[in-house]
Design a protein around this ligand. Sequence first.
Ligand SMILES: Cc1ncc(COP(=O)(O)O)c(C=O)c1O
Length: 345
Amino acid sequence: MAIDLRSDTVTQPSPGMRSAIANAVVGDDVYGDDPTVNSLEERVASLFGHEAALFCPTGSLANQLAIRTLVKPGEELLVETRSHIVRAELGAAATFSGITTRTWPAADGLLRAQDPLAIAHEDAGPYLVSTKAIAVENTHNFGGGTVQPIAEIEQLSSAAHQRGIAMHLDGARIWNAHIASAVPLAQYGKHFDTISVCLSKGLGAPVGSLMISTKARVSEARIWRKRYGAGMRQVGILAAAGHYALDHNIERLAEDHARAQRIAQALTTVHPSLVDAKKVETNIVGLDLSEIGISAAELTARCKVDGLWISALGPHYARLVTHLDIDDAQCDQAIEILKRALVAK
Ligand SMILES: Cc1ncc(COP(=O)(O)O)c(C=O)c1O
């Protein structure tokens, strides 16, 4: 069996999760009749101190439903340059919602409140695009799984709200941020008007994300979810997997973080420029190959021959992600394969 470190989305539902799926009590969720979906929505909203939540098939949809409740067509959302919303949702904000985006760059994706505040233009009159919302990704995927400093979030949220600008959290991996930083989920939650979270990444559910906000925004998002064709019926079978994930798989993320740290430390012995282990805060290890003389595509191909799957995300940038289907032995094997692949001529 290959060791698959391409992403934390590659996990298989565990026997316990499959049993929760099999035993789920369900109903037609388009009629609001699915008790397992309803309880998951209430549970997740309350974890973040919000009024309501909406079960969605993907994190991309949860992001898009959220931001369209904050920003009207022709208005602007500010996002970090490498954030998922602007790099990996295929222009959805523009295509579906007429939202324009403007970006600021941040080293390792790490938020500095002053950066978006410096480019925000909340009331640009008839001359320029007006900024209506700012999105923050936590943890930051393409930044290397970095955890956004809570002090910067607080400062940004307070200044943005004073200027009438709303805040969205792309919290696909907020669970990892919470475990790494010990900041309570509700403390993150209170700084944002809308939040998206995923159960299908580090938490190991096969499908499932939630859009979280006020009752009014969630009602609006429910209409748009149906309009987009994502009103689902007896989807409690998936919500049951979500409940199981929340019950069993949050605290254990610390193990994924420790394994990612182990991989990072082992690889710095090959070449110090490959990865800075101090920056590996969660389950993502980004490898900078620019000084190694091997492309990400070549490294990925060499590893694959030896049974290790990793992602090439740029010409000289490869990514490894630890998750609940990777144990210590596989982690050690991955290190050996990577070391061989990195030094091979
Ligand atoms: C930070 C972030 N946000 C959103 C998403 C979107 O999730 P999905 O693939 O479920 O649409 C991802 C997916 O990897 C992600 O990494």
